[in-house]
Write a protein that binds this ligand. Structure first.
Ligand code: AHM
Ligand code: MG
Length: 337
């Protein structure tokens, strides 16, 4: 019988092969436990919490980004914070749903890592039963930092020691990198364990599939308009091939598709809010996805530079994102130069 490799088994193997810090393993296992709880809540939907009325719908509150918070945004955030505050592996946490970072309560030991997350990505899909996800990033904690100080978190994405996402779709899949390639685990709902189901995920360098919210076309900058026009021109156009399009409105689901069969995903800067560099957030959306994509042989830029090289100035800063199949991202980045 083929041996099933659990997340713990994989992480211990990684410890032996690459000297991964055991504290990082414990941290990832804690995040994975929280992901299971979120997956359970997502699966229950309107049935979750008995008389509390389920996880669907909005709360009426807004987050620091000025976005309406869904019930599940807040529930997923609480699950992640509660799971991670007592383990002793973290010096602080930051989230899309919290204005400022949270420190570790004095009752618990402090560790050497910072955890950043988008607890529930693709919020607009929660109520319509379409794939959503959780994205996370792990940074080293600077020595002597004060844990609720934004500045400790303001490190470029290339400093990440681990990045991952969980996609809550027909299956719950956890995709992870520790800087030695990308692997995926499927949640076995019978045993409650994450089982290794894909090793060494590679994104094909070429693709005929793009993902962009076409309704923003009139707002895009010229290079993005030109790129998509060329894709749409198909076989007789400058690219000499027909393209297919997808738009799920869940970055996690979009990146997961790209991990499986290639493609390019764009959420570029546009003229709707010219002062904002894009819609997606650098620290807990673009950076972890960029690390995963690069580790799978793909490329991630903001149209000008490698996302992982951007020096952040704000915790919730936004960024233009182009990621996926290497040759395609290189091409559209070239159009910006
Ligand atoms: P969220 O973290 O609030 O869910 O927002 C991020 C999401 C991405 O997952 C997705 O790519 C994008 O927003 C969709 O935006 P739009 O509704 O403009 O198409
Ligand atoms: Mg998001």
């Amino acid at each position: 019988m083929k041996m099933r490799i659990s997340l713990t088994h994989y992480l211990i193997r990684s410890e032996r092969a690459h000297g991964t810090d055991p504290n990082l393993r414990l941290l990832i296992e804690t995040v994975a436990r929280a992901v299971k709880t979120i997956s359970h809540a997502v699966g229950k939907g309107a049935l979750w919490g008995g008389n509390e009325g389920g996880v669907l719908g909005s709360l009426g509150s807004t987050n620091v980004q000025g976005e309406t918070q869904k019930k599940l945004d807040v529930i997923a955030n609480e699950i992640l914070v509660e799971a991670n505050e007592w383990g002793g592996h973290l010096a602080g946490m930051a989230s899309e749903e919290m204005d400022t970072p949270v420190g570790i309560p004095v009752a618990y030991p402090r560790g050497h890592y910072l955890l950043l997350f988008d607890p529930l990505d693709g919020s607009s899909n929660v109520d319509v039963n379409v794939s959503i996800g959780t994205i996370f990033s792990v940074l080293p904690a600077p020595a002597g930092m004060s844990e609720d100080d934004d500045r400790a978190f303001l490190q470029p994405g290339r400093n990440q020691v681990c990045a991952g996402y969980a996609v809550y779709g027909p299956q719950t899949v956890l995709v992870l990198t520790l800087g030695h390639g990308v692997v995926a685990f499927t949640l076995d709902r019978d045993t409650g364990s994450f089982v290794l189901t894909q090793e060494d995920i590679r994104i094909p360098a070429d693709t005929k599939e793009f993902a962009i919210n076409m309704s923003n076309r009139r707002h895009w900058a010229q290079p993005v308009q030109r790129y998509i026009d060329e894709c749409l021109a198909g076989r007789t156009g400058p690219r000499g091939k027909d393209f297919n399009m997808r738009w799920i409105a869940s970055m996690v689901a979009e990146v997961h598709r790209i991990m499986q069969r290639g493609g390019i995903f764009l959420y570029p800067w546009d003229k709707r809010e010219p002062d904002k560099p894009g819609k997606l957030r650098l620290m807990y959306e673009a950076n972890p996805m960029a690390m995963l994509v690069e580790q799978a042989g793909g490329m991630a830029t903001d149209g000008r530079q490698r996302i992982l090289n951007i020096e952040p100035t704000q915790l919730h800063q936004r960024v233009s994102v182009m990621l996926g199949s290497r040759n395609e991202v290189e091409y559209v980045t070239g159009l910006h130069r």
